[in-house]
Write a protein that binds this ligand. Sequence first.
Ligand code: ZN
Ligand code: ZN
Length: 249
Amino acid sequence: MKIENFKKAVVKYWNAFLEVLFPSNLKCLFCNADIPDHDKQVYCSSCETSAPFNRGKRCKICDCEMEGEGDVCDGCLEYKKHFDKAVAPMKYEGPAKALILKLKNDNAAYLAPDMARLMSDRLNQESFSFDLIIPVPLSQKSLAKRKYNQSQLLADELGKIYKKQVDSASLNKVLETKHQKDLNMAQRKTNLKDAFLVSNKKQVFGKDILLVDDVVTTGATANECCLALKKYANHVYVVSFARSPLKNK
Ligand SMILES: [Zn+2]
Ligand SMILES: [Zn+2]
């Protein structure tokens, strides 16, 4: 055995040993502090107040933070939303943003169960009922490059929590598009036109669907997916781990 491989093996077994003594799933999702009551809550009491939870006054359609009169945000008044309602437990900032980037770029699938638990806590505040869970798809090219779809990881965990079927085949991203973050609002809308297609219409016909995304910023991606699904589905609800805070809009 080469010395490098030997070192790697030692590190691997040492980490496995530490995992037995200090299981990582007993840590706070946000700050990694030990928490004895992880079964009840995936974050510590200090993060209860400091983590960027998506609380306060929010739009009743898209769940974004909002100010002023009324209960629907300017974005939802201006652009028709094709989902029945979207919800997210966190704001896309600080430790919540860091978790999404880690899940997306660092192969950190171990984060998905706790992130999905927060998503289910938020979903349980609503009276949605759904038959089928569908993750926001990546294009074939992006999937080949990234090797996995982070929204699929979250959808799989939600499938376990709700004991519902997860379908990652019926909704497809059929066009390569530019990165939404590099475009303005108007460009974002045209960029995604006809990008998503339902390939198995029978599977979604008449169903109540939960669409799962890691983060919703302007809502354009989720909206285009819902436009495609709504041609056949009954209701489409959206859940994401985080959504953009007020200042970024
Ligand atoms: Zn914490
Ligand atoms: Zn809204």
